[in-house]
Design a protein around this ligand. Structure first.
Ligand code: FES
Length: 159
């Protein structure tokens, strides 16, 4: 009888101990999942480039040329009519298009889409023309692009 009492005395604290450890681990797991979910919604840094940005002086972009601005993935198109800005992002799956000076068109290296100088699709998988963005000159003669304002391909800022 005395031996059984000793075992019963030890079993009760052990069960409580494992119950507390089990619930503690379960609550810690649920807390970690909730914390991770909330943390995911509020990232530390927003790595998206700004939608409105200034480029260099207009004279830095040669006339009658299509100049690529890698940092913002746009082309600045200058001709006798003025200044325009076109997206370098292919409308198929988002590859960066290249300007082919020899043939005067934009070419996508991924799936072979080709775009005319005015951004219209010439061939390939691209479903839509390239996007054009509003561009103006600031008071200090610098080019200001607003990627938030998509404009018609006929839009020209007269220089
Ligand atoms: S991403 Fe340009 S053709 Fe597919």
């Amino acid at each position: 009888m005395e031996i059984q009492k000793e075992k019963e005395g030890e079993d009760i604290p052990r069960r409580k101990f494992f119950l507390i450890v089990g619930w503690g681990a379960f609550l810690a797991l649920i807390g970690g999942v909730i914390f991770s979910g909330v943390r995911f919604l509020f990232p530390n840094a927003l790595n998206e480039p700004p939608r409105i940005f200034k480029l260099g002086k207009v004279d830095a972009f040669p006339e009658e040329a299509v100049s690529y601005v890698e940092e913002h993935k746009v082309f600045i198109v200058r001709d006798e009519e003025g200044l325009r800005c076109v997206s370098a992002i292919c409308t198929h799956l988002g590859c960066t298009v290249n300007w082919d000076d020899q043939y005067g068109k934009f070419l996508c290296p991924c799936h072979g889409s080709a775009f005319a100088r005015n951004g219209k699709v010439l061939k390939g998988a691209a479903p839509r023309p390239l996007e054009w963005f509003k561009v103006v000159l600031t008071g200090d003669e610098k080019i200001l692009v607003d990627k938030g304002q998509v404009v018609d391909s006929n839009y020209i800022y007269e220089v």
